[in-house]
Design a protein around this ligand. Structure first.
Ligand code: TEU
Length: 530
């Protein structure tokens, strides 16, 4: 595969919360255009925009009603074309989010299906009562994954909300529809695709498994060859379930599937998204396995948060006013010297954090369902604690642009709550302080573009079993980078590290470093040329 994309940095935009230019409280395409200079200043190359197609938005756009039109809340197709053009002027490309596992029940295909059109019933998974009884399934958002359509006396499958009906990829007509959609957006000039829950397009009915079915990689290869395969397009498959073997297939360097894989194991503990624990040894182990496992075989996505995850400083760092900048820089440094493509989720670069959610403030369908089901068995305070730490609403609060009304996001009432800390954490303040987290990200982005070992070096974990230190070395034939990080809030006296160090400090979250005695969360990257 053409390897042109390997020094690119992706910035994820969740448009609803990015910038509102109309005053309706919802971000829009013109808001993205308005902030292109800001994104260019940061240095990112590609914008992944979560779904902006026509949608009832029960799952904020991951319920697509028409893949060929822009939702009027975000603007028009003309606005989108202007965005493509304006971005290109700044050497920034656009990556579209493709939701191909399911459509909204408002989609014309589904509407025809429930009116009795057999062709369109075959686009989805309609089954009778007997089959459903033999295949009991729970939806990822809670509740049953089968819903009944009385007029047909049939049930349809929805792995997410009941308004998100699963498509049947065994039907060639369905696959061809998806390829047509991809080719439409390629013709418009988009340069990337992110594939939502791609592991779920092939299912294993015998085992009642909703992902990693036997045709998964055959379908992706087919999609590749019929759409983006021969072009300079950056593609990423989202999966919550891939093991290393699947990861290698998704991102194989022969280029038969995607440019890279976006896997979540490091964001969970024991594969449970709602656990609030983190085991640093386990975390280090997962990174090591993926870094060494995909070396010269595939390609990783590097991320610690996105629109489905809590804010990284709150999850991995320390979001108290004293430590949030330091731990933001810490994890940025740890992540950005690894091999793969970094994804910066909007607001991450200024250190946005989680907030405390009350039930009536929740917007996210998954969080609301979670609250309603857990409140039956767990104490209210405990449920609220889990939501503060894990809820997707944390990632979706409006971007804090400045310290004016609604953090400068909108002149109207924002669709979701603005984090109360916007006067201390905002873009304007970050840009005015050359020592802010923003400038750490800017430097890291710049290093990736200019220092080859970040892209092609080997990965070696150092002090493997030490739960307090995250240290690793990247190395190629000419240069090496050593990252050392104190994962604790204590001063750590460390032995045996001096012999590992060669070269100069490239970047750190402290202005002065003493390697024998690491300060709380102190993180240093050393760079050496042989
Ligand atoms: O996410 C995939 C997904 O499975 C998540 O919903 C995840 O399971 C959940 O957060 C874990 O508890 C993608 C999108 O990124 C997400 O926003 C959508 O809601 C989902 O697919 C359905 O399209």
């Amino acid at each position: 595969m053409n390897q042109w994309f390997k020094k690119k940095i992706i910035y994820q935009i969740y448009p609803m919360s990015f910038k509102d230019t109309t005053g309706n409280g919802i971000g829009d395409i013109n808001g993205i255009i308005e902030k292109l200079d800001y994104l260019n200043e940061l240095g990112v190359n590609i914008l992944w925009i979560t779904p902006i197609y026509n949608s009832p938005k029960n799952d904020n756009g991951y319920d697509v009603a028409d893949y060929y039109t822009i939702d009027s809340q975000y603007g028009t197709m003309q606005d989108f074309e202007t965005l493509l053009l304006e971005a290109k002027k700044r050497n920034i490309e656009i990556m579209m989010d493709i939701v191909a596992n399911h459509t909204s029940t408002e989609h014309a295909w589904f509407k025809k299906a429930i009116l009795g059109d057999i062709k369109y019933q075959n686009y989805y998974v309609f089954r009778d009562a007997e089959f459903v009884k033999e295949h009991p399934l729970t939806s990822i958002f809670g509740g049953k994954a089968w819903s009944y359509i009385e007029t047909l006396n049939l049930y349809y499958l929805h792995n997410f909300d009941s308004t998100q009906a699963d498509l049947d990829w065994t039907n060639k007509e369905v696959r061809d529809e998806i390829y047509k959609i991809l080719n439409f957006w390629l013709e418009k000039g988009v340069k990337g695709f992110r594939f939502d829950v791609i592991d779920m397009i092939s299912k294993n009915w015998e085992k009642n498994e909703m992902s990693n079915g036997e045709n998964l990689h055959t379908y992706i290869e087919e999609m590749n060859s019929k759409t983006f395969g021969k072009k300079e397009i950056i593609t990423v498959g989202e999966t919550w379930s891939a093991d290393l073997e699947h990861m290698k297939k998704y991102s194989n360097i022969e280029g038969k599937e995607f440019s890279m894989v976006f896997n979540f194991e490091h964001t969970m503990y024991n594969h449970d998204k709602w656990t609030t624990k983190i085991d640093s040894r386990e975390l280090k182990y997962i990174f090591e396995r993926n870094q060494t496992g995909l070396f010269e075989k595939g390609w990783n996505s590097l991320f610690l948060n996105n629109h489905d995850l809590p804010r990284l400083i709150s999850r991995y760092g320390n979001d108290s006013p004293q430590w949030r900048e330091k731990t933001g820089k810490q994890w940025a440094i740890i992540l950005h010297f690894m091999q793969g493509t970094p994804y910066i989720f909007q607001g991450e670069e200024i250190g946005m954090t989680n907030r405390n959610w009350k039930k009536e403030e929740l917007k996210d369908i998954e969080s609301i369902n979670f609250y309603n089901s857990r409140i039956k068995t767990i104490d209210k305070l405990e449920v609220e604690k889990m939501l503060k730490e894990i809820s997707r609403d944390n990632a979706r609060t409006p971007i804090q642009w400045n310290n004016s009304l609604n953090a400068g996001f909108s002149t109207g009432k924002p669709w979701s709550i603005v984090n109360e800390n916007y006067k201390e954490i905002n873009v304007e303040k970050s840009l005015n302080n050359k020592k802010s987290l923003f400038y750490t990200y800017k430097k890291l982005i710049d290093y990736r573009k200019n220092i080859d070992v970040i892209t092609n070096g080997t990965f070696e974990l150092i002090l493997k079993d030490n739960k307090n230190i995250f240290a690793y070395r990247r190395k190629n034939s000419k240069e090496e980078i050593l990252v050392i990080s104190n994962l604790t809030s204590q001063i750590l006296k460390i032995k045996d590290m001096e012999k590992e160090i060669r070269g100069e400090v490239l970047i750190s979250n402290y202005e002065q470093n003493n390697i024998k005695e690491l300060q709380p969360y102190e993180t240093i990257a050393f760079y050496n040329i042989f």
